[in-house]
Design a protein around this ligand. Structure first.
Ligand code: PLP
Length: 444
């Protein structure tokens, strides 16, 4: 690596002596420079490490930083809460008027959100959605899709689609080395909680529902797979899933932990015009505070009201998260979504610039994107939309994963497989990244 890493390396040694792993220990490490990054300062779309390097930051804390780092209104609103009410108040015992304001906004913006229940992480919200759907339908299992990520709890992370399955399409752990999420220690019975199907395969879904529909409580999916190399739904797929859910009495839940308040105020459901029965949101909702929510139709959500479904949690309704959510949603909805319009302009500039550089290098590049997320698929013809494996003919996986370390050398931080664009990014951030891409491609 060309960048000096003296202090980072020294800190990494101390870190590794006391921590069991990096804070998130997915196998595809985001240690872009070959070491852990230690950050000293962050502002808007940039971070500075302890060795004095400045990076344009397209990581956005893995999704929450829709407003960029240290947005002044978020900082001020948190400070004023700390000054008057402190850190937390006591979920279930004390409430604030802001709790109401936040839920009113969520209900106004998200099409399926009659009612809201907050918690602190996406993984938690998904487990509650599963529980609600089971209680609502009195059925034991849910359907999920290959490569869609729904948090780290056993029942949503275990196994992969079983191409050999003849009966119920339970996840298989055979050939697990091919599965990014495979790991030891999962509950031996977790696999029986769900069926896993290939994404965008409506026939497989229809057949599963015909055969086992009376066992299925919920279908959960990332309508736009930001966690899934920005994979899109086939035209008509989500609409048909919606119809099937209605026909079979299955709860449709969109995992909008990434897409919620990132694509726009109404998330993927508004973007695609398909309204699920439930959704989970997190990450961007509170611009960096741990905060998430399950939202959905009143008849399902009200199972929580009389405690038929349990939904406790010391930090549910976490006041600092609530305060940050109030500020975030106010900023994003202001001036008829001016912040999103700015962000979309920056994303278009970046996308156009990267395409142009690739063309100048006679390299195929298809940028997979929805508002706020993008993935650079080298080797795919410009304009190719990634919806299913068959679309990946020519995709250069090796060079794709070389992009992150090469960009790092150029002072640009991306995730291994994607970039998140915030409303705080600037033309300069986009232009610097485009110029860096020119040098990156020369070196690849
Ligand atoms: C689509 C999706 N769902 C769920 C989760 C889990 O959220 P958390 O990490 O807050 O538990 C994530 C996290 O990356 C995600 O991207």
């Amino acid at each position: 690596m060309s960048l000096d890493q003296t202090r980072s390396r020294a800190l990494e040694e101390r870190f590794d002596a006391v921590y069991a792993s990096a804070h998130s220990n997915f196998k595809r490490s985001i240690a872009a420079g070959g070491h852990k990054l230690f950050i000293e300062k962050a502002e808007a779309g940039r971070v500075w490490d302890v060795d004095g390097h400045e990076f344009v930051d397209w990581v956005g804390a893995l999704g929450p930083l829709i407003l960029g780092h240290r947005h002044p209104e978020i900082v001020e609103s948190l400070k004023s809460f700390l000054d008057t009410q402190g850190t937390t108040l006591g979920s279930g015992i004390y409430h604030t008027e802001e709790d109401i304001q936040v839920a009113e906004m969520i209900s106004r913006f998200i099409p399926c959100a009659d009612k809201v229940k907050t918690c602190t992480s996406g993984s938690e919200a998904i487990q509650l959605a599963i529980r609600l759907s089971r209680a609502h339908t009195k059925r034991p299992r849910f359907i999920r899709f290959q490569s869609h990520y729904h948090g780290w709890i056993d029942n949503v992370v275990i196994g992969q689609h079983d191409k050999q399955a003849t009966g119920r399409p339970f996840p298989t752990t055979e050939g697990e080395e091919r599965n990014f999420y495979s790991a030891e220690g999962n509950s031996p019975t977790a696999g029986e909680e769900s069926f896993i199907l290939p994404w965008n395969d409506i026939e497989a879904l229809e057949k599963t529902l015909q055969d086992y529909g009376d066992e299925v409580s919920m279908i959960i999916c990332e309508a736009f797979g930001a966690q899934n190399m920005c994979r899109s739904p086939l035209p008509g797929f989500l609409e048909r899933v919606r119809e099937l859910c209605t026909e079979y009495g299955v709860v449709l839940c969109f995992d909008e932990i990434v897409t919620g308040f990132r694509i726009g105020l109404g998330g993927a459901q508004e973007y695609y015009g398909v309204t699920p029965d439930m959704a989970v949101v997190g990450k961007a909702i509170a611009a960096g505070l741990p905060f998430a929510a399950v939202v959905g139709k009143a008849e399902i959500m009200e199972l929580l009201a009389d405690r038929r479904v349990l939904g406790p949690g010391t930090f549910n309704g976490y006041p600092l998260g609530m305060r940050a959510a109030l500020a975030t949603l106010s900023i994003l909805s202001r001036d008829d979504g001016a912040a999103y319009r700015h962000r979309n302009g920056i994303q278009a500039r970046l996308s156009d610039g990267l395409h142009e550089v690739a063309r100048n290098h006679s390299q195929d590049l298809a940028i997979q994107e929805s508002p706020g997320s993008m993935s650079l698929h080298l080797g795919l013809k410009e304009g190719t939309v990634f919806r299913q494996e068959a679309d990946l003919v020519g995709f250069d996986r090796k060079r794709f994963f070389q992009l992150q370390p090469r960009f790092y050398d150029e002072g640009i931080m991306i995730m291994p497989d994607k970039l998140y664009v915030s409303v705080a990014h600037t033309q300069e951030d986009a232009d610097q990244t485009v110029q860096a891409f020119d040098r990156v491609l020369k070196g690849l």
